[in-house]
Write a protein that binds this ligand. Structure first.
Ligand code: ATP
Ligand code: MG
Length: 308
């Protein structure tokens, strides 16, 4: 099966600014692919090139087997787009707006069904200009879905959504995936990427700095775990058995923190030590690095060769 998206050495500059500096990745059909990165990293630029909204300066791009720069209306019907910010017709109602977009497609989904899917049923007859920020964003999502696309591009789809609307949008995306659709997603929410994406790429200063599944990104599965606990008055980290004492550092809240590459063995040793002394360690917790920890590590300092 050919890839839904194939990008090789993509480059795009705005004047002197190299926004995208040689980006390469593929997205399989039916995959949810997440692009993460700090503000200004080049996500929207990349998405817009893939959508056919921007020309590129270099590299090759194929979306559903077609170069977006040369694609026609037949290709456009197969893709769905949720821009980071969209132009709206403020005086149309929600239903009218969605119906207008439905008219651009030969086989659109049902307008009422899509309005309901994004949770705007109660606002179907409200004018677009009266929508709250999050409701306007839901309308954007409806406009991306109305053409029943094979691939959907979502640029920060849930920014401004309240928590329950975000969950609802996630289930919309999960539903698309279940139908075998391909989804390209940018987001600043790590929980969103973790919940939705099969694969994630992190872009920083126009370059991809890591790629993997949410579980393996940036070597996450091999990173040390953090074991944290408080000790009762009169007992200190110096009293821990030697192996653990060597790993121990004090946290700002007075608890002991151990960075452990063998958390199971170290927790066992700690538990045995504590039980022998009748210590309870009621606030013991063991934590694997979160996707956010990994992301912050990957995007912390600019790459040495990323000079302007
Ligand atoms: N039309 C434009 N003209 C000039 N510079 C631009 C233009 N669009 C984007 N840029 C610049 O290109 C860089 C990448 O911008 P882009 O919008 O792709 O970032 P992003 O990763 O989507 O960021 P965000 O998370 O803030 O949405 C930024 O430095 C931005 O200022
Ligand atoms: Mg952007």
């Amino acid at each position: 099966m050919p890839a839904a998206v194939a990008v090789t050495d993509l480059r795009k500059s705005y004047g002197q600014l190299e926004a995208v500096r040689g980006v390469t990745f593929e997205i399989e059909q039916g995959e949810v692919f997440g692009l993460l990165g700090p503000n200004g990293a080049g996500k929207t630029t990349t998405v817009e090139v893939l959508e056919g909204y921007r020309t590129r300066d270099g590299g090759s791009v194929s979306v559903l087997g077609v170069d977006p720069q040369e694609a026609g209306s037949a290709w456009r019907e197969r893709i769905g787009i949720v821009l980071q910010s969209s132009a709206m017709y403020p005086n149309l109602t929600v239903a009218e707006h969605v119906a207008l977009f439905a008219g651009y497609f030969s086989k659109p989904r049902d307008v009422g069904e899509v309005v309901e899917l994004v949770g705007l049923d109660e606002k179907r007859n409200a004018r677009v200009k009266t929508l709250s920020g999050g409701q306007a964003r839901r309308l954007d999502l409806a406009l991306g879905l109305i053409g029943d696309p094979e691939i959907l591009f979502l640029d920060e789809p849930t920014t401004g959504f309240d928590p329950s609307a975000r969950r609802a949008a996630w289930s919309v995306v999960a539903g698309l995936k279940a139908l075998g659709k391909t989804v390209f997603l940018t987001t600043h929410y790590m929980d969103e990427a973790e919940n939705l994406a099969d694969r994630i790429a992190v872009i920083a200063a126009g370059r991809i700095v890591a790629e993997g599944t949410p579980e393996t990104l940036g070597g996450r599965e091999n990173m040390p775990a953090t074991i944290r606990f408080g000790l009762p008055h009169g007992v200190g980290a110096v009293d821990l058995p030697g192996d653990l004492r060597a790993l121990a550092a004090s946290a700002t809240d007075g608890r002991v923190v151990l960075e452990s590459s063998r958390p199971l063995a170290d927790v066992k040793a700690l538990a045995e030590w504590a039980l022998e002394r009748g210590l309870d360690l009621p606030d013991l917790d063991v934590r694997r690095p979160s996707l956010e920890d990994v992301y912050l590590r990957l995007t912390a300092s600019p790459k040495p060769d990323a000079g302007e």
